[in-house]
Design a protein around this ligand. Sequence first.
Ligand code: T4K
Length: 408
Amino acid sequence: MIKPFEEAIYVTRPYLPPLEAFCDELKEIWKCRWLTNEGPIVRRFVRQLSHYFETDNICLFNNGTLALQLALQGMDISGEVITTPFTFVATTHALFWNKIRPVFVDIEPQYYTLDPEKVEAALTPWTTAILAVHVYGHPCRVHALADIARRHHLKLIYDAAHAFGVKVGGRSIAHFGDMNMFSFHATKPFHSIEGGMLTFRDSGLKKKLDYLKNFGFENEVEVVMPGTNAKMNEFQALMGSMILGCLDELIARRRRIAEIYRERLSDLPGIRFPPPLPEDVQSTHAYLPVEIDNREFPWSRDELYEQLKTYNIYTRRYFYPLICDYTCYRHLALQDPLTVARRVASCILTLPIYPDLAEADVHRVCDIIHHIRKEHRPSASGALVASPALLSRPGAPVPGAEKDLVTS
Ligand code: T4K
C-alpha cells in the first residue's frame, strides 16, 4: 500500500526566482514608479528576447491569447482558417474573435500536431491561412506545412504557446512560418506570470502590432486605429527577465524528470509515450503526455486520472475534449472525421512535470501508477477485476468505477 502524497502534486507548478532576488529587483520599479506602458524593464526584456531569438521582429503582450488575436487582426486574416481541434481553447477563440471560421483538420498520431497530408483536402476558396499548434512543444512538420502554404498562397501561423526554447535543426522555432505566438503564462516552462509574444517574418507588421496593443495611439493627440489594451507590464517583464537567465537549467531539470518517467513507465503495458522527438529537435519538455491504452491497462484514462487524485496527484487531460466538441463550437460543420484527434483526446493524460518536482517524487508517482495497475487481477472469465482494496481506498471517490468494474 503506497501512501498518498501529503502535499498535492499538480500537473505543473510555476518556477519562481528566489524571493530576495526578486524583491531586490523590484526596487528599480519602486524607484522610478514606471509600472506599465512600455517602461524600462519591458524595453530591456524586449532586447533580451531579441537577442535570445536573434530577431528584432518581436512584440510583447499581456497574455498569449490577446497576442494571437491581434496577430490575426494585424495580418488581416479573414474567411476560413485550417486549424487543429487538439489544442487549448484559446487557439480557436482567437479566430472567433476575428470572425474567422475555424476548419478543423486531423492531427498526426505520433506527436499530435496538425497532419499536413490532410490539410489540402480541407482547403476552399475562402481559406486564407493555416493556424497550426506546436502542441506540448512538439514541432509541427514545418517544412511540409510551409510547402502547402506557399503553393496555395496561404499565411502560415503557429500557435507556439508551448514551444518557447524549442529548436529545429539548430534554429529557434520562432523562425518558421509567417507568425508565431508564444505564451508566457505561469504554467509554461518559461513565464512572466502572464504574458505573450509574437515573432514574425514581415518587419512591416511591428508598427501595426504596437498600435493594436496600445489603443492605436500614434501620439498624445492621434489615434490611427481602434486598438485595444494588451500591453505587458513591468512586473511581468521583470519575472520573465529573471527566468530567462536560468532557463537552460530549468529545462535540464525537466529533461531529467522526463527521462525518469520514460525509464519507469515506458515498459508498462497500456502506457504509451510519443516516440522520442527527431534528433534535430531540441525540446523543453513542456508537458509529459502519455496515452493510456485501455486494452492493456486495466483502467481507462479517466479512471486512472481519478485514481491518481486519491493519491493527491492532479494530472490533466490536456487536450480533452476536442475544441469542436465544446458547446460554443459544436455547431460548426466538420468535413474531417478527426479520427486520430478523437482517439488521442480519449486516452491522453499529461503527468506532472516541473523543475521543482523532486526526483524522488517522480519515482513515487511512477510507483503509484505501477501499484494502481497491479491492483487488478484477471477474473475467471478473463475480464480485468479491480481489487476491493483499491476501490475502497480512502480519498476522493472514483466516479464510474462502481459501474464499470466487475468486483469479485
Ligand atoms: N494556445 C495554447 C496552445 C495554449 O496552451 C494556451 C494556454 C494559449 C494559446 C493561451 O495562452 P495564454 O493566454 O494563457 O497566455 C492553463 C493555462 O492557463 C493556459 O495558459 C494554458 N494554455 C493551458 C494549457 O493551461 P488551465 O485552466 O488548465 O490552468 P490551471 O489554472 O488549471 O492550472 C493548471 C495547474 O497548474 C493547476 O492545477 C496548478 C498549477 N498552477 C497553476 C497556476 C495558474 C499553479 O501551481 N500555480 C498557478 O499560478 O489553463
